[in-house]
Design a protein around this ligand. Structure first.
Ligand code: FAD
Length: 427
């Protein structure tokens, strides 16, 4: 990062304090960039289910701020947390057949080199990130409705009738982003978040109960259960005291306004009925039959417009089938923090070039992740064209596609963006 940069003549206003907004804020503060955060909720909050982070995002964390990686590593669960399973340290998931003649057998041990499976409880991560944010820079209960930009600044309008003026804005306000709607009004009407063709049942089991239901290895080693038209997923969290479990179903339509809805127990049991002994046994013990519709973002033409940018799910909300959504927000935050923290970026006008460079570098990768995440669901449901339930093709495809996702030169992306930024500034 070099010598201390000259002081900035701008403050970065972040709308939304989820994982994306907080990681960006921490990265900017570390680079001496003034930050302000507006969050809709009354306090920072995250639902308490699990989060799995891949190797590229893991490498991005210390680059944003070494404290983020320290936090992650202090909370993280790996297979080595279960005595006797240390040899699965580099395993991402074991893939187990949930249908067909080999039901219950292991198809492959899918590795994620070098970090292996690393998971945590989302709420724990968010709580720890919050400790790195000075409370005085955050305003809660501020739900953005719209924003307006002039040549000099951006005015934010909140649903409590108040307004605020900002030098520049980064929208980290999730899949229903209001920043995106104001930034791209016409495109946002045509490209609303869309149902991805899958819904899920989700829960967290105590490890003891999990072992009782599926046995020691299936409970302690992260597992994807691949079936015809559905897949199950489980991975240990909280130092292997708990296990996150989900069943994801292909289903063309979602005829409900709400994204999470109560369902009947018999629907859930019917959905699991052809998913093999492990998934069936787990679903029988699931306490809550709520169905979670999985939505995603259609690709949009840009993530920036002059002094406004969007990041994380606001820009590219993806299905969760590759465990990469939060990781993409962290990669975005790294590139943007490096650009805005660059010692040549001092005036608000310089930010326009920084935002353009961020869009050039981050949009192609993050949009490809949205596409490949959905394809991964088809692989897991044994129905990807050209692969189906062919064991050799499944193994080959997973090894190839995940290498692309995980082997990113994270700092290389930031340097590429820096070069683009200087090109834009010379024009
Ligand atoms: C079922 C499921 C499982 C997943 N599993 C994984 C996984 O294992 N690994 C992984 O990497 N990713 C996973 N993801 C994806 C991951 O959760 C998201 O990509 C990530 O949380 C996005 O973070 P974000 O900060 O961009 O948005 P969000 O987490 O949505 O945060 C947005 C923030 O903005 C605030 N906000 C919203 N609107 C406004 C407004 N108008 N004004 C002000 N504030 C506002 C919200 O209150 C919130 O605090 C999963 C997603 C789902 C649905």
């Amino acid at each position: 990062m070099g010598s201390t940069p000259p002081s900035k003549k701008f403050t970065v206003t972040i709308v939304g304090g989820g994982i994306g907004g907080l990681v960006l804020a921490i990265g900017l503060l570390r680079r001496n960039v003034p930050v302000r955060i507006y969050e809709a909720a009354a306090a920072f909050a995250e639902i308490g289910l699990g989060l799995s982070i891949g190797p590229a995002a893991h490498r991005a964390m210390p680059l944003v701020d070494p404290q983020i990686r320290e936090i992650y590593d202090s909370l993280v669960t790996t297979h080595a947390d279960s005595p006797g399973y240390e040899h699965f340290r580099q395993t991402w998931f074991e893939i187990v057949w949930a249908s067909g003649p080999q039901e219950g057998d292991t198809l492959m041990n899918l590795k994620a080199l070098p970090s292996g499976q690393t998971t945590l409880r989302r709420a724990d991560f968010l709580d720890a990130l919050v400790n790195l944010i000075p409370p005085e820079i955050v305003q809660f209960g501020k739900r953005l409705e719209s924003l307006q930009e002039t040549a000099e600044n951006v005015t934010l309008h909140f649903d409590d009738g108040t307004t605020a003026v900002a030098d520049l804005v980064v929208g980290c306000d999730g899949i229903k982003s209001k920043v995106k709607e104001s930034m791209l009004p016409e495109e946002s009407k045509q490209k609303k978040p869309q149902y991805s063709g899958m819904y899920a049942y989700r829960t967290v089991f105590d490890m003891d109960e999990m072992v009782e239901i599926v046995g020691d290895q299936r409970a302690r080693v992260s597992t994807m259960y691949v079936g015809n038209g559905a897949y199950g997923i489980s991975y240990p969290i909280m130092r292997a005291k708990k296990v996150n479990f989900g069943l994801y179903m292909l289903s063309e339509k979602w005829d409900h306004d709400e994204w999470v809805r109560p369902a009947k127990r018999e629907d859930m049991l019917r959905d699991a009925s052809s998913m093999g002994r492990y998934v069936k046994a787990l679903v029988e013990r699931m306490p809550d039959p709520s169905q979670w519709a999985i939505f995603e973002h259609p690709h949009i033409s840009t993530y920036v417009r002059s002094r406004v940018a969007i990041l994380g799910d606001a820009a590219h909300a993806s299905t969760p089938h590759q465990g990469a959504g939060a990781g993409q927000a962290i990669e975005d935050a790294h590139v943007l923090a490096e650009l805005l923290g660059d010692s040549n970026v001092t005036e608000p006008e310089h930010v326009v070039a920084a935002f353009k460079a961020y869009d050039d570098v981050r949009r192609p990768r993050s949009q490809r992740v949205v596409t490949s995440s959905k394809e991964n669901a088809y692989l897991l449901c044994l129905c990807l064209d050209g692969v189906g339930d062919d064991a050799d093709k499944l193994k080959e495809t997973w090894n190839k596609r995940l290498r692309w996702l995980w082997d990113l030169d994270v700092q290389g992306q930031a340097e590429q963006a820096r070069e683009r930024m200087s090109e834009y500034r010379q024009v």
